[in-house]
Design a protein. Structure first.
Length: 232
């Protein structure tokens, strides 16, 4: 299953370098859950990164019968392109910048500061909306399975991992339906294990290309997922 990947990376060889392999995020969650059988009925905590990661995480948690929660982290987007990011901010204030990209784009310190502040406000508002007054779960004693709907540059996930380390997480597992091979290999250096069902190579990569049906996830949908998980 691993090919030339790092020792702590697991993928599905039959899905490698293919596109449109998942019907939607729910189907992707089931595929990833099937790779995580060792965590079934365990004390592991599944944390979804909003927006798109939480629907995937919901299915994984349901399939494995483990706890579900949310880890709010958001990319810092370019002033002229809100789809492209040059860093990310996590709920606890952890910030990481892609310095190589920042230098290549000749972003000023003022641009960067403004971007970090804007993203920090966005993260704080989303965390308050989704978590309310609930404290972040204790991750110091249980394995954490950190989930997103895909791994493109990897910077958002990397900041999520750093925030979990800051919170005392001793064992972090990243689980994603799809990812670029370079980002998967990079991320593997920062976690105990990484599961990616659909690893793709090549000069271009879009998370959406792994899905037949792709749409934005609203904050109302996210709140509904978390409300449902608290009732179970």
């Amino acid at each position: 299953m691993s090919g030339n990947l790092k020792h702590n990376v697991v993928d599905l060889l039959e899905l490698r370098d293919r596109v449109y392999v998942f019907h939607d995020r729910a189907h992707a969650g089931k595929a990833v859950a099937g790779m995580l059988e060792e965590y079934r009925n365990s004390d592991a905590i599944v944390l979804g990164i909003p927006a798109g990661g939480l629907p995937v995480a919901e299915v994984i948690a349901e399939e494995l019968k483990v706890g579900l929660d949310v880890l709010v982290v958001s990319k810092i987007t370019l002033p002229w392109n809100t789809e492209a990011g040059y860093g990310a901010v996590a709920f606890d204030g952890t910030v990481r910048l892609n310095r190589r990209l920042v230098e290549a784009l000749k972003l000023s310190e003022a641009d960067i500061q403004q971007g970090v502040e804007k993203t920090s406000r966005k993260v704080a508002m989303r965390a308050k909306a989704l978590r309310g007054k609930r404290p972040f779960p204790d991750v110091s004693r249980s394995p954490v399975i950190l989930v997103d709907d895909g791994l493109a540059s990897g910077f958002t996930m990397l900041v999520g991992v750093e925030a979990l380390r800051n919170a005392g997480a001793p064992r972090i597992v990243v689980a994603v339906p799809t990812g670029h091979s370079n980002s998967v290999q990079m991320m593997a250096d920062h976690v105990e294990k990484l599961y990616c069902a659909n690893i793709r190579h090549g000069s271009s990569f879009a998370v959406a290309d792994a899905y037949e049906r792709w749409s934005d996830v609203t904050d109302e949908e996210l709140a509904g997922i978390l409300q449902k998980s608290k009732q179970n």
